[in-house]
Design a protein around this ligand. Structure first.
Ligand SMILES: Cc1cc2nc3c(=O)[nH]c(=O)nc-3n(C[C@H](O)[C@H](O)[C@H](O)COP(=O)(O)OP(=O)(O)OC[C@H]3O[C@@H](n4cnc5c(N)ncnc54)[C@H](O)[C@@H]3O)c2cc1C
Length: 481
């Protein structure tokens, strides 16, 4: 560690942080504690979204439950701002803070599959690429993130959308139990049988109620070879392609997952010259059944005459990497999401008009079909709202030059504002950089937000865990945030 006497430690919430308190904490901590000036500090504070260049006082790299309990107690007793980091992919930058403590779970990488019971126990620092690699040894999977370096933690707690969702539901729908350290440093297990109220809140309520140290999921037979990939069509056909896709996905089986997307065609060898660098419309497919059956269901997309056809049988683990090249860490990101009642012609026209004006070649606009298994879980069964949405629209702006931020943010906001006439009151909170308080409440739905506030009052009455899609406590009149 560097000479800490020379290094100021900012403590925005309360009393000044005493060096002796830090030393006592460090003496009893098994993982690494990284402070400003230490080797590795810059790498440890970096998060996926380059818009968040923050300087925490301490980064506590936890190796297990005991470290998490020690870090929570230290943060609470010293009134520190707390950021909890799983995979570091939070687009609003919740995985890092200025001046406080980052409770970094990324060293916690344990994964144990029980192939007979078709379950897996995974620690909070696991990322989707690591998770899929282990479960696919047994031909098993759960709906998971579409980029390998997204963390299982934040994704599961906020919902968990992936290629398998129409067949197997969201990630949170497959959660069997979670081990949790609460704001008072207690260890609890939450499941249908223990602390059921907490278990309800963890499935969609984000990181509000405690730090989950491990997740136990139900698994399903998947692959290992599935039909997957992308078809690209020229932008001039966008309206026609979307109208066909909408109608087709409404009748296709649950196994056919995927999305329609607007993107800038890369200068890759498989892209025809006239398409390179142009905005194009793509259909992404992942068929969660036998590949030969998938070929039949995907044939109509091929009959539309794509200019690029990359759909073929491939390992599920490869399908899970297909979006990695387009989503590298270290770019600036501003994301907005809407849930749509349907995809009528007017909504399609609005989407096509705004997609045509995409301001960055790295940006994607993605339409996901919802419903099916997502909608078979009752609206009140979990904290997550919006299960009745027919489609989700994600405008994912990405760019490299920070001087361009205003332009890209403005495009994203204008696009989503134009979709409001077709949108449900709530949104998918995992895919948004910011939202109003009203949108946050509407995303859980009427009645459920009050239940979440009651949970927050019970498990985190002082709002220790506030860097998240925050549900503000009302208990004690002492809440921070
Ligand atoms: C490139 C990219 C691709 C994505 N793809 C998908 C996708 O396919 N499907 C999808 O649903 N979402 C996707 N997302 C959104 C993603 O679900 C959220 O960004 C999610 O928060 C990421 O989780 P994380 O652990 O990586 O993030 P972090 O930044 O580490 O954490 C995010 C939030 O969760 C809280 N948190 C993290 N770990 C814990 C824990 N163990 N206990 C309690 N609270 C915790 C943090 O406090 C923070 O509020 C994607 C995001 C990116 C950047």
């Amino acid at each position: 560690m560097a000479d800490q006497q020379a290094v100021p430690v900012g403590v925005p919430l309360g009393k000044p942080l005493q060096e002796t308190a830090v030393q006592e904490f460090a003496a009893d901590f098994r993982g690494e504690i990284i402070r400003r000036g230490d080797d590795g500090y810059d790498a440890a504070r970096a998060v996926f979204n380059a818009m968040f260049d923050r300087y925490p006082a301490l980064i506590a790299c936890c190796t297990g439950v005991a470290d998490v309990i020690a870090a929570v107690n230290f943060a609470r007793e010293n009134e520190l701002v707390v950021a909890v980091r799983g995979g570091g992919h939070s687009v609003p930058g919740y995985g890092v803070c200025d001046g406080g403590i980052v409770i970094d779970l990324s060293p916690m990488k344990g994964i144990r599959v029980d192939p007979d019971a078709r379950t897996v126990l995974a620690q909070a620092g696991v990322m989707w690429g690591e998770f899929d690699r282990e479960t696919q040894v047994f031909g098993l999977a759960v709906t998971g993130g579409r980029v390998t370096h997204t963390g299982i933690s934040g994704l599961t707690l906020g919902s968990g959308s992936g290629w398998l969702e129409r067949k197997y539901g969201l990630t949170c729908d497959n959660l069997i139990s979670a081990d949790v350290v609460t704001a008072d440093g207690r260890f609890l297990r939450a499941s249908e049988a223990e602390n059921e109220d907490l278990f309800w809140g963890l499935r969609g309520g984000g990181g509000n109620f405690g730090i989950v140290t491990s997740f136990k999921y139900r698994l399903h037979p998947v692959g290992p070879i599935l039909l997957g990939g992308m078809l690209l069509y020229s932008f001039s056909r966008a309206g026609e392609i979307l109208r066909f896709w909408r109608g087709y996905m409404e009748t296709a089986p649950d196994e056919l997952g995927g999305a329609a997307a607007f993107l800038t065609a890369p200068p890759a060898p498989f892209v025809p010259e006239h398409m390179k660098g142009q905005i194009v419309v793509g259909l992404i497919v992942c068929y969660a059944g036998p590949p030969e059956e998938g070929e039949e269901w995907v044939r109509p997309f091929k009959e539309l005459g794509p200019e690029v056809d990359l759909v073929q049988p491939m390992p599920y683990t490869v399908i899970q990497t297909l979006l990695d090249p387009g989503s590298p860490p270290g770019r600036n990101n501003y994301w907005k999401a809407e849930n749509l009642y349907g995809l009528g012609d007017e909504a399609i026209n609005t989407i096509v008009t705004h997609a045509a004006g995409m301001t960055s070649p790295f940006t994607h606009a993605v339409i996901q079909p919802m419903g099916r298994a997502i909608n078979r879980v009752g609206e009140d069964e979990t904290a997550l709202g919006g299960r009745d949405a027919a489609y989700a629209l994600h405008a994912l702006s990405m760019w490299e030059n920070p001087a361009e931020s205003d332009t890209h943010i403005a495009w994203t906001r204008e696009f989503l504002e134009a979709l409001e006439p077709f949108s449900t009151p709530g949104i998918s909170l995992n895919f948004t950089s910011d939202q109003s308080e009203d949108k946050l409440k509407a995303s859980f739905g009427s009645g459920k937000y009050e239940r979440l506030v009651a949970l927050k009052n019970e498990y985190d009455p002082t709002n220790l865990f506030r860097l998240n899609q925050n549900i503000k406590p009302t208990a004690n009149g002492t809440a921070r945030g």
